[in-house]
Ligand binder design. Structure first.
Ligand code: ADE
Length: 254
């Protein structure tokens, strides 16, 4: 997948895209991350891309012309049109489903704002998908873009070594992950749960599922509500056992 990132701080992405799972995906040619400095399209000698907001008020606004021209030029360079995405706190909240949708695209072009954001005409003219990573305000879209890139890349075939680990991950099945343990068996009097040492695969699978369900109903009942329709019978029965009222309210909503 080709990911183009339009930003005022391309340097932020250098180590990020060369490290760990992402770095390997780039080396293997599964992923290409290209940053583009918006200042290239500033149209002035100083590389200035922002200006004061009409109507007054604090902060600066990124001008429409550099942004639209950057995207139009870059789209022309791409033979397969990517999905254009803008990082903004007013956007659709990123979740695993949106990450999967983006992973199905042939490419992404991510616009990172700074200051008070982009001139609204960028949205009117380019119709980007506006995406937020959470209900808080960051200094700019770059870190949010990294979150998108990381969530999306690990869903691309071949990027994560063991596809089962992606499949089993939190949220993919609409449940939080079960707790994990590794050596030693005992530490400061705390023992690894016996079932994990039993070698009995059926019992281990069942214990892990129970743990996942217990954690999800207590910490994130909203996830249970959201994912109820796609839970298999075994998960639904466990929800009924650990949180009967929550299960009833999910059944009523069906
Ligand atoms: N830019 C600033 N805050 C953001 C957020 N929460 N999500 C996406 N982009 C942002």
């Amino acid at each position: 997948m080709q990911i183009d990132i339009v930003t005022l701080f391309p340097g932020l992405f250098e180590t990020f895209s060369a490290t760990g799972v992402l770095g390997r995906a780039v080396d293997k040619g599964l992923l290409e991350i290209t940053t583009h400095d918006l200042r290239r399209w500033s149209g002035n000698r100083w590389g200035q891309v922002d200006d004061e907001p009409y109507g007054g008020g604090a902060g600066m606004v990124i001008r429409v012309a550099p942004t639209v021209e950057a995207v139009e030029d870059l789209l022309e360079e791409r033979s397969i049109p990517p999905r254009v995405v803008m990082m903004t706190p007013r956007g659709r909240l990123l979740d695993q489903q949106l990450a999967q949708e983006l992973a199905n695209e042939p490419g992404l072009m991510i616009l990172c704002g700074r200051y008070e954001g982009f001139d609204e005409r960028v949205v009117e003219l380019l119709h980007p998908d506006e995406i937020s990573i959470g209900d808080y305000v960051l200094g700019g879209g770059e870190v949010a873009a990294m979150v998108v890139v990381e969530a999306v890349s690990r869903l691309l075939p071949g990027v994560v070594g063991d596809p089962e680990s992606v499949e089993a991950d939190s949220f993919t099945g609409g449940l939080l992950d079960y707790p994990c343990f590794t050596r030693p068996e005992r530490y400061e009097g705390r023992q690894v749960p016996g079932v994990l040492l039993s070698g009995h695969h059926g019992k281990i699978r069942r214990w892990r599922l129970q743990q996942s369900v217990e954690l999800t109903v207590t910490r994130r009942p909203d996830l249970v509500k959201k994912n109820w329709v796609r839970y298999p019978g075994e998960v639904r029965s466990l929800v009924r056992r650990y949180a009967p009222e929550l299960a009833r309210s999910c059944e009523n909503d069906e």
